[in-house]
Design a protein around this ligand. Structure first.
Ligand SMILES: Cc1cc2nc3c(=O)[nH]c(=O)nc-3n(C[C@H](O)[C@H](O)[C@H](O)COP(=O)(O)O)c2cc1C
Length: 167
């Protein structure tokens, strides 16, 4: 049976990808990588300068990957690193590319130390017709040790039952 859960993520260094893969493992949902034509340098400092400029310019990095059947999903996880205290601008490109009306949207992120609050606030602002649920932030190397926390969060958001089995 086709899954009704989508786990969409953008990841530059791989930490948010690992988080997305763990959600996939626990829920059986479909994994989707958000890709962009915009190039980001690997190293922190030049990438950071570029990311800041994009925020100031309210830039929308063009998407090069597309969800073909968004109608199929009633729960959409959207994950990313924190860049300059909030979601990278490509997440806004993603938000604006689809109709999330009445879908359960659940943000998640990895970061050095900044939490998920700004992303939650922005998600509610950009997707006012979606049912935005509490998000979860993990530290950069915390995905493996975060499994219990991830399970609890998935359960609280009604995605899995108590035993960690797909609902
Ligand atoms: C351009 C850039 C900006 C960042 N800004 C922040 C920040 O404002 N706060 C923070 O806690 N971490 C920041 N980080 C650290 C990343 O959020 C963290 O390393 C994250 O786990 C990377 O996820 P990824 O491996 O999926 O790309 C930044 C990293 C980069 C590359």
């Amino acid at each position: 049976m086709a899954s009704n859960i989508l786990i969409a993520y953008f990841s530059h260094w791989g930490h948010s990808r690992a988080f997305a893969e763990e959600i996939q493992r626990l829920t059986g949902g479909d994994l989707f990588e958000i890709r962009t034509a915009t190039f980001y340098p690997e190293a922190h400092d030049p990438c950071s300068i570029q990311a800041h400029q994009e925020q100031l310019a309210d830039f929308r990095p063009p998407l090069t990957s597309h969800v073909e059947n968004m109608d199929q999903y009633d729960t959409v996880f959207i994950g990313h690193p924190i860049w300059w205290y909030r979601e990278p601008m490509v997440i806004r490109s993603f938000w604006e590319a689809y109709d999330f009306t009445d879908k359960k949207v659940i943000p998640f992120c990895t970061s050095g130390d900044v939490g998920i609050a700004n992303t939650e606030q922005d998600t509610r602002k950009w997707l006012p017709t979606a049912n935005v649920k509490p998000g979860l932030r993990l530290g950069t190397h915390a995905v493996d040790s975060g499994t219990a926390e991830i399970k609890e969060w998935l359960h609280k958001n009604g995605v899995i039952d108590e035993r960690g089995k797909d609902k």
